[in-house]
Design a protein around this ligand. Structure first.
Ligand SMILES: Cc1cc2nc3c(=O)[nH]c(=O)nc-3n(C[C@H](O)[C@H](O)[C@H](O)COP(=O)(O)OP(=O)(O)OC[C@H]3O[C@@H](n4cnc5c(N)ncnc54)[C@H](O)[C@@H]3O)c2cc1C
Length: 330
C-alpha cells in the first residue's frame, strides 16, 4: 500500500464499526446515539450476523440483558415477530430482524455500508505504531480507504485486529482444533402441534429433551445427523429453524475450509429433511425453504486483549469492574 494516503480516503468519520452482527449493530447504535458520526461496514447483504445471515435467531441468555438487547426484543415482540421461549431464550423471525436492525441504525444516524469486506489496516506511526490511521475495504466499488478516530472490531473473527497486527490465539492450545461449524436452515410445511415433542423452543413435555426426541425421529427415518443434539425451533406459521449438522476439522478463517464445510453441510441438510419427508405423516410436506447464506462459525481468532479471562475466573465467578453484562447458563 502507498504511504501517501491523504487524498485517497473515501470517508473520514468519528467511529467505524467493522461487522454488523449483534455486537456491531449495538456498538454502532450506541455510538451514533452518543452524537458521533458512525459508519457500520458489513460484508453480507443485511445486518444481524448469526441472527440473520446465519439464520440462528434463537437468542440465548437474553432475558437479563438491559440496553439495546432489551430494546430489540421488546420491538420484535410488539411486531409479533418473536416470542420469549424455553430457557429464558427468545426466538424470532430472521427476516423481521433484518428490517428492524436497519430501521434502528438509520434512526440513530448510523451510516450503513453493506456488501463491503474489511480487508486491511494501516498504522499511523503514532504511539509506537499501535494506532490505526485508516482501514481498507473491498467491494463492488473496488478498494477503498476509510478513516476514523475510533475503530471497533465486531467481525466475530477479529479480522480488523489481525490486519492491524494484534496477537491472537486460535483453536485448542495444542492441536489448534476449532469448534465445529453449522449451516442452519429454515424448513416449512410442518404443523407446529404435530411436532410439539421435537420443538426445542417450548418447555419439554417429559423428562426427555426435544433434542433427544428429534434425534430418535431422524434415526427412525434412517439417518444419523452429524450433530447428535439436533434442534428444531418453531419460528411462525409452519416455519421452523433446524440445526442438524456439525462440520469438524475446518477453520473459520480459511475460505477454502468455509466452502467445503458449507457444501458438505448443505448436502447433509437436504438428505436429512428428505429422509424425514420419507416418513410421511406429520413430515409429508416438510421441505427446506432456505439454507443460510453464511455458515455458522462458532470460533474465530481470540484476540489478545489487556486481560485474558481464565478458567479460575469462570469457576470462581470472578466479577470485573469494567464488565458490561452478566452471562448465565441454563
Ligand atoms: C452455529 C452457531 C450456533 C449458535 N447458537 C447460538 C444459540 O443458539 N443462541 C445464541 O444466543 N447464540 C448462539 N451462537 C453464538 C452467537 O452466534 C454469537 O454469540 C454471536 O453471533 C456473536 O455476535 P457477533 O456480532 O460478535 O458476531 P456475528 O454474529 O458472527 O457477526 C459478525 C458480523 O461481521 C461480519 N463480518 C465478518 N468479517 C467481516 C469483515 N472482514 N468485514 C465486514 N464484515 C465482516 C459478518 O458478516 C457478520 O455479520 C451460535 C453460533 C453459531 C456459529
Amino acid at each position: 500500500m502507498k504511504d501517501n494516503i491523504k487524498d485517497n480516503i473515501y470517508e473520514d468519520t468519528d467511529v467505524i464499526v467493522c461487522g454488523g452482527g449483534p455486537a456491531g449493530v449495538a456498538a454502532a447504535i450506541a455510538a451514533a446515539r452518543a452524537g458521533v458520526r458512525t459508519r457500520l461496514i458489513e460484508m453480507q447483504g443485511c445486518l444481524g450476523g448469526i441472527w440473520t445471515s446465519g439464520l440462528m435467531s434463537w437468542i440465548l441468555d437474553c432475558d437479563n440483558k438491559p440496553g439495546i438487547m432489551k430494546e430489540i426484543i421488546e420491538k420484535l415482540e410488539q411486531r409479533g415477530a418473536g416470542r420469549k421461549a424455553r430457557a429464558k431464550a427468545f426466538i424470532c423471525d430472521p427476516e423481521e430482524v433484518k428490517l428492524l436492525l436497519e430501521e434502528m441504525c438509520v434512526e440513530a444516524g448510523v451510516g450503513i455500508r453493506l456488501y463491503t469486506m474489511v480487508t486491511g489496516a494501516r498504522k499511523s506511526g503514532l504511539d509506537d505504531n499501535k494506532r490505526i490511521s485508516c482501514i481498507t475495504t473491498e467491494s463492488k466499488s473496488g478498494r477503498q480507504q476509510w478513516k476514523a478516530k475510533v475503530y471497533i472490531d465486531c467481525t466475530g473473527d477479529g479480522d480488523l485486529c489481525a490486519a492491524a497486527g494484534c496477537g491472537f490465539d486460535i483453536g485448542k492450545p495444542v492441536t489448534g482444533e476449532m469448534q465445529p461449524m453449522s449451516l442452519i436452515a429454515i424448513i416449512g410445511g410442518v404443523d407446529p402441534e404435530s411436532v410439539r415433542a421435537f420443538d426445542n423452543s417450548l418447555p419439554y413435555l417429559e423428562d426427555r429433551t426435544a433434542k433427544q426426541n428429534f434425534l430418535e425421529e431422524l434415526r427412525r427415518a434412517g439417518v444419523e445427523p452429524s450433530y447428535t443434539a439436533p434442534s428444531l425451533f418453531h419460528v411462525r406459521g409452519d416455519l421452523f429453524i433446524v440445526m442438524l449438522n456439525h462440520e469438524y476439522g475446518y477453520s473459520g478463517i480459511n475460505a477454502g475450509h468455509l466452502t467445503e464445510a458449507t457444501i458438505e453441510a448443505r448436502t447433509e441438510l437436504h438428505k436429512m429433511i428428505k429422509a424425514l419427508r420419507g416418513l410421511g405423516g406429520i413430515w409429508e410436506n416438510a421441505g427446506i425453504i432456505y439454507t443460510a447464506p453464511m455458515i455458522g462459525v462458532r470460533e474465530g481468532r481470540r484476540i489478545h486483549g489487556r486481560y485474558s479471562v481464565t478458567l479460575d475466573d469462570i469457576t470462581n465467578g470472578f466479577s470485573h469492574d469494567d464488565s458490561v453484562c452478566k452471562v448465565t447458563l441454563e
